[in-house]
Ligand binder design. Structure first.
Ligand SMILES: *[C@@H]1O[C@H](CO)[C@@H](O)[C@H](O)[C@H]1NC(C)=O
Ligand SMILES: *[C@@H]1O[C@H](CO)[C@@H](O)[C@H](O)[C@H]1NC(C)=O
Length: 519
């Protein structure tokens, strides 16, 4: 068998798996049937009857948010040589010896340093380059998820729900370096939210769908690994985050472009609004290291969820990082708050959930004073993800309030896993808010992406939401497919090269064969 034939045979052997793998990872949303949940309107005839579940065929929702959890870009702090950039220190020591004592020192030096070179330096250099390759591949893997999902599912908005970077304790240079990878590689083509959107004093309202640029805009939520927990947040970290991404807390409103929506009381066209509230939840709980930023977060929450209330037919999508309080066992992370020692300020060192008080304050604000407003909460932090329904009585029980012996918990929020909470969702004496903790997009969690749809239900006269998710699969699949692709390409090229060389070096035999035939 000629060398070229061997290469080409191997190339043909690996070609089918390479093709299948490549087609799969570049079209995985298609194979997994991923799409934004369809808008389903309640059927007019059925709405007022008790079994009001019949729905007309779905249509494309006007608001489609592609949401990613915790990319957590790592960097120099995860390299083994961190703090000591010299790769082969033993080699330098041998060189120094030779320079000082001449070539005669080479053997003694080699005897003493050679072992360290082999046992310490070489493995360390290997680990360093392995980690660098890993970081490089990880960026491309995350970029693949963003690019493919954004192209295939056609979102109207994109959000990253905090922990964009892997550590809050990095230097400004490293912060800039990782952020550059965030914008230039992972979310390539994405743009920051313009200042004019986040810095308008009163809230800004746009027509939903009027500005196609939102599809390319990355709404970045601050996470504890970006700016720290309450115990170590400072103004400087907030400032560098806001310069590179967007404000840590802001709001934008989108009004429905539909003049056929008539307000039943005024008989005028109404333009129900969808409100996006981005909230820094890292310092709502105390003690906090910096009190001004803490106060700003608390004021923002109060202002947007209690004081500046939009019309009652609007709905709120709250994007934040830390999940709300819920009992252990509902999600993977359970309630947990840890504090720094007194001599380090005693602030919050770490928390899995917001405190119960802050969580109730957020939920009460979401349903509004009428307890009928609609909303949904998206967050990250718990890498495994979670989908929860918080419910509470719709009517205030005035008798219970007057009776001081009546148990107060009657009016408490109760959380249950969304899939098993259909009884609460349909119970008309209850009101509620769905909270989706979007599973991390990191490879170890399957490269997940969240798909949130929102639409105005004309019959029910309220905003409706639905959520779905889509996973590419662990990073090893992405690596394996690209390595096999490279191998096939290499074998193909080698095969053709050898064929060319063989053709040049053996022009004779063909002619002799022809001559033989003639005879
Ligand atoms: C709003 O609706 C009107 C009428 O249907 C349409 O002409 C216009 O293009 C829409 N505007 C946007 C921004 O979608
Ligand atoms: C609705 O919720 C209330 C309060 O939790 C409960 O008492 C009632 O039994 C529920 N109704 C149904 C039909 O589940």
């Amino acid at each position: 068998m000629r060398t070229s034939d061997l290469f080409l045979a191997l190339c043909r052997f690996f070609l089918p798996p390479a093709l299948i793998g490549t087609v799969y990872i570049y079209l995985y949303p298609f194979f997994q049937q991923c799409s934004f949940p369809e808008a389903r309107h309640t059927e007019a005839a059925c709405y007022f009857s008790d079994n009001a579940k019949a729905a007309v065929p779905g249509e494309v929702a006007p608001f489609r948010l592609l949401a990613f959890g915790d990319p957590q870009l790592e960097g120099d702090t995860s390299l083994p040589e961190h703090g000591n950039t010299e790769l082969f220190p033993s080699w330098r020591r041998i060189w120094d010896d030779v320079e000082q004592h001449g070539l005669s020192a080479l053997t003694t030096s080699f005897n003493s340093e050679g072992k360290r070179l082999l046992m310490e330096d070489v493995p360390k250099a290997f680990r360093t380059y392995h980690k660098k390759l890993d970081l490089w591949g990880n960026d491309l893997y995350l970029a693949h998820i963003y690019r493919t999902m954004s192209w295939y599912t056609n979102p109207t908005h994109v959000a990253v729900l905090g922990d964009l970077l892997g550590s809050q304790w990095i230097s400004d240079d490293e912060f800039a370096h990782r952020s550059n990878r965030f914008w230039k590689t992972v979310f390539r083509g994405g743009e920051k939210v313009p200042w004019v959107v986040t810095d308008v004093g009163a809230s800004r309202a746009e027509i939903l769908g009027a500005d196609a640029k939102w599809k390319k805009t990355i709404i970045s939520v601050a996470g504890n690994h970006d700016i720290g927990y309450a115990g170590d947040i400072d103004e400087h970290r907030i400032e560098r985050f806001e310069e590179t991404y967007n404000r840590v807390s802001w709001e934008v409103r989108f009004a429905l472009n539909d003049t056929t929506t008539i307000d039943p009381t005024s008989l005028q066209p109404s333009f129900p609004e969808l409100r996006l509230v981005i909230l820094n939840s890292m310092n709502l709980d105390t003690p906090a290291a910096a009190w001004d930023p803490h106060q700003e977060s608390v004021d923002f929450l109060n202002q947007k969820l209690y004081h500046e209330l939009p019309p009652a037919d609007s709905a709120t999508i709250l994007l934040t990082h830390i999940p709300l309080h819920k009992e252990a066992g509902i999600c993977v992370d359970e309630p947990f708050i840890d504090y720094l020692p007194e001599h380090h300020g005693g602030g919050i060192k770490e928390q899995n959930h917001l405190s119960e008080d802050v969580s109730e304050r957020i939920l009460d604000g979401m349903i509004g004073p009428e307890r009928t407003r609609k909303g949904v909460i998206l967050n990250g932090h718990d890498h495994a993800g979670c989908d929860v329904y918080h419910s509470k009585k719709k009517e205030l029980d005035l008798d219970a309030l007057q009776d001081e012996h009546a148990p107060l918990w009657e009016d408490k929020w109760d959380a249950a896993h969304y899939a098993s909470a259909q009884r609460q969702v349909l119970n008309r004496t209850l009101t509620g808010v769905r909270e989706v903790t979007v599973r991390s997009m990191m490879g170890d969690f399957g490269g997940n992406a969240g798909l949130l749809s929102a639409w105005w239900d004309r019959e029910a006269r309220e905003w409706k939401f639905d959520y779905d998710s889509c996973m590419l699969g662990v990073q090893h699949i992405w690596w394996a497919v690209h390595v096999v692709d490279l191998v096939v390409l290499g074998l193909g090229i080698a095969g053709l090269l050898f064929k060319g060389i063989e053709g040049l070096s053996r022009p004779q035999p063909q002619r002799t064969m022809k001559l033989e035939k003639k005879q």
